[in-house]
Design a protein around this ligand. Structure first.
Ligand SMILES: CC(C)(COP(=O)(O)OP(=O)(O)OC[C@H]1O[C@@H](n2cnc3c(N)ncnc32)[C@H](O)[C@@H]1OP(=O)(O)O)[C@@H](O)C(=O)NCCC(=O)NCCS
Length: 190
């Protein structure tokens, strides 16, 4: 069903979205240097599903994400987090609406120098508010390696509850993944 038929606004129409210190916006080719500055940092990528890319690969990704359809069931898409003053990219957030549109999984990355300032919480919180407004999903999900304390703290700060822990294999190594969930109904009740 088209978004217009549901009465929901489209995520595309809500972008760029400004918060106190950030702009949540489309990624673009001109972000390449800033994107690589954190995507090539081994610490930022330590527990991520993605690997560092060459400049050519990263440029192709940014070009694709500049106009990729947002919230297509079953497909990941990525938005940028930029500083409000300079519009320079400092991180990104990925999202994937489930094939049945019942949930959205998210993932996030922030430049190491910009961590510890509440910016990830501000940006991810802004995206979640848009997901409630622009998708039919009843819950937002986050999956994180049990060793990824920064990610766990962020999810819990945003009100996510841990609903499961599963043994997994990440880059050939046994690990545990925590599954987190934030319910739309819990948000509305607050
Ligand atoms: C996960 C990640 C985005 C979290 O970033 P972050 O900056 O720690 O998260 P927040 O925005 O919630 O910032 C919280 C910290 O800022 C501090 N802070 C400082 N000023 C603040 C403010 N004005 N408002 C809120 N918090 C503030 C908080 O006290 C908190 O510190 P603490 O973690 O020591 O308790 C970051 O660690 C990261 O990019 N990791 C690598 C990528 C990754 O693994 N992603 C997850 C996989 S899905």
């Amino acid at each position: 069903m088209a978004v217009a038929e549901t009465g929901m606004s489209s995520l595309e129409a809500e972008l760029p979205q400004r918060s106190a210190r950030l702009i949540l916006r489309r990624l673009r080719a001109s972000d390449l240097a800033d994107f690589q500055a954190y995507r090539q940092d081994p610490q930022v990528g330590l527990y991520q599903g993605w690997q560092a890319q060459s400049d050519a690969q990263a440029l192709a990704f940014l070009q694709e994400m500049a106009s990729a359809p947002l919230l297509q069931p079953g497909a990941w898409c990525q938005l940028g987090l930029a500083e409000a003053g300079s519009d320079r990219l400092i991180g990104d957030i990925g999202m994937c609406l489930a094939a049945d549109s019942a949930s959205v999984e998210i993932g996030f990355s922030l430049h190491a120098a910009r961590q510890g300032q509440g910016l990830a919480a501000e940006g991810v919180g802004a995206l979640i508010a848009l997901l409630w407004a622009c998708s039919p999903a009843a819950e937002v999900r986050g999956i994180t390696d049990a060793r990824n304390l920064g990610s766990i703290r962020l999810l819990e700060r945003l009100g996510f509850a841990r609903v499961d822990s599963q043994a997994a294999v990440f880059r050939g190594e046994a690990c545990v993944e925590h599954h987190y969930r934030l319910l739309r109904s819990a948000q509305v009740a607050r």
